[in-house]
Design a protein around this ligand. Structure first.
Ligand code: NG1
Ligand code: ZN
Length: 543
């Protein structure tokens, strides 16, 4: 390893002494002005990971739904999945090493992970539309070059597009062609195959309004529009030409505030959706005839997709396991509906898609979604093979047709990570095939009223949880207090956990009415404030 080159280049991306950060749920995320050294070092780390795995590694520069001033970076492992947990620790050590320690930390990682320094490294890089992203991705490139790695800069891409590229590169084109055109072609072909049957019955084109959060999703959808069939008319709003990234718009805003984004004109019953800033999350919504806003979040999406897949699996006669993976934030109604009405097993994982992804890998078909709209479907290799075989060789017409639909669904889904564009096309195809309106989809079950709040505490690590974050084991007395509060309210559920991306404790409550959910969330916030070292003013009631 040419340490001299590393030292020389590192001086150009020097770490401000004392600054420390952590590779969290979604990589590093903080004010863009403090990220130069982190980016350079993640370029270095990507080279080491590439040498160790003997595969292409991805580096994505984005801060997803955070405001424009923030930025962030995450590494993508060989099959397009999130970075392995042991390497997250290396990432944190490397990002926090003071300049003179840099060489020692790099050597330690090489030693611990038996990195083959002779092996060539290849890194692919992508970035979102933030003003800071261009310069920061150049810092990543400098890091890659300092360790003699080769790279390809994909420039402006959505996060899931870069995950797709990594998977394509490492499967030698089996997953698809590693270009944005390859991505558009793969998805649009699968989509057209899927909706063929539905289109013949439909009277007119399907219309969908899309709030792109003033982010990368708008650019990429505009490119992709030419590949999509006439029958799907997309109307892109918040395309970045006027508004600020993620400001009063985007999937996170819509989900958290439970209201439509600014900059999108919604007519009664019109089907609309919102992407987040890097286009890996999606939520749907509409206004009913009384003007009431209806949100169809990740739980509703998981329900629609898993119901569709289950019906098809039954038709094929294949005995494949299917499960839905949720987090504690999933609405209680969705879990009940899936388990009781649909007879689909549901599992709960810790927050963060890597945990859901991992759990979903334990099934032939694993549907995972966070309530905030980040999710996808995983098919085991064996399941995929069985379905493809059946689609080609099955004699029974009904079984063969069902297998073909499943095969096209597999090709339409981005199995590497949640992908707003791919998820949107899957949803549009399912609605068309089932001849469902957004209202019919929404009517599958009714969400329990719920409220999410944040509480500031001196040190959020004083809270420790168990049972997929549904119960607090620390500080003493907190869970007992929550239990007592929950007991008083009908259909209630509440939990608290320290956020992995913000310096806050998150509180979630649901109950029979919005008023009760708001009241419970506030009371639980007060319990956190008093028992877990609240900072600043006491939490106020929800208004
Ligand atoms: P934290 O801040 O750990 O709650 C948030 C989301 C996660 C996940 C990550 C990464 C909620 C409640 N939490 O994590 O689901 O998406 O950000 O972006 O939505
Ligand atoms: Zn995102």
């Amino acid at each position: 390893m040419d340490f001299d080159a590393v030292t020389k280049y590192s001086a150009l991306h020097a770490k401000p002494p004392g600054l420390s950060s952590q590779y969290g749920t979604a990589g590093f995320r903080t004010k863009a002005e403090n990220l130069n050294h982190t980016m350079f070092r993640m370029g270095l780390l990507a080279v080491l990971r590439s040498k160790q795995t003997k595969a292409t590694i991805g580096v994505m520069v984005t801060a997803s739904h955070n405001p424009e001033e923030d930025n962030g970076v995450k590494l993508i492992d060989p099959l397009g999945e999130m970075l392995a947990p042991s390497w997250e620790e290396h990432a944190t050590c490397l990002a926090n090493a003071e300049e003179p320690e840099l060489q020692t930390v790099l050597s330690d990682i090489c030693q611990k992970e038996a990195v083959d320094l002779q092996h060539n490294a290849f890194v692919v890089i992508g970035r979102d539309t933030r003003v800071s992203s261009k310069k920061l991705s150049q810092s990543v490139i400098d890091g890659v070059s300092a360790l003699g790695g080769r790279y390809h800069d994909y420039g402006l891409v959505t996060t899931p597009q870069l995950h797709y590229m990594v998977c394509c590169q490492n499967t030698h084109g089996n997953y698809g062609t590693a270009t944005v055109e390859g991505y558009y072609q793969k998805l649009s072909k699968a989509f057209m195959q899927l909706i063929k049957q539905a289109v013949s019955r439909k009277d007119g084109p399907m219309h969908l309004k899309i709030d792109c959060a003033n982010g990368i999703g708008a650019l990429k959808l505009k490119e992709m529009e030419h590949y999509l069939p006439e029958c799907l008319r997309i109307h892109i709003d918040n395309d970045g030409s006027k508004g600020k990234l993620n400001h009063l718009c985007g999937a996170d805003f819509v989900k958290v505030h439970q209201k439509p984004p600014v900059g999108l004109e919604m007519k009664t019953s019109e089907r609309c959706c919102s992407f987040d800033g890097d286009a890996d999350r999606i939520v749907y919504y509409y206004n009913d005839t009384t003007g009431r806003f209806h949100l169809l979040d990740g739980d509703k999406i998981a329900t629609l997709i898993s119901t569709f897949l289950k019906e098809l699996l039954v038709k094929t006669g294949q005995t494949l396991t299917l499960a839905v993976i949720q987090t504690a934030y999933a609405n209680g109604s969705s879990t009940r509906y899936l388990e009781e009405a649909m007879k689909v097993p549901v599992h709960c994982a810790k927050t963060g898609v890597k945990h859901l992804h991992h759990k979903a890998q334990g099934f032939d078909v694993g549907v995972y979604f966070e309530a905030n709209g980040h999710g996808t479907v995983l098919f085991s290799k064996a399941a995929e093979e069985k379905i493809r075989q059946q689609a080609e060789h099955e004699k029974d017409n009904i079984k063969r047709e069902a297998a073909k639909i499943l095969e096209n669904t597999i090709d339409l889904i981005n199995q590497t990570v949640g992908d707003a564009i791919s998820d949107m096309l899957v949803i549009e195809a399912i609605l068309a095939l089932k001849n469902f309106t957004v209202q019919q989809w929404d009517a599958m079950y009714t969400d329990l009223p719920n409220r999410q709040l944040k509480v500031k505490v001196a040190d959020r690590r004083v809270i420790d949880t168990t049972d997929a974050e549904r119960r607090a084991v620390k500080p003493p007395g907190l869970q007992e207090k929550i239990d007592a509060l929950v007991k008083k309210v009908k259909w209630a559920r509440a939990f608290v956990r320290p956020s992995g991306t913000e310096d806050v404790v998150r509180v979630y409550a649901e109950a029979d009415t919005q008023e009760n959910a708001d009241k419970l969330a506030h009371e639980v916030s007060l319990a956190v404030y008093h028992l877990a070292g609240g900072a600043g003013e006491e939490p106020k009631p929800v208004v």
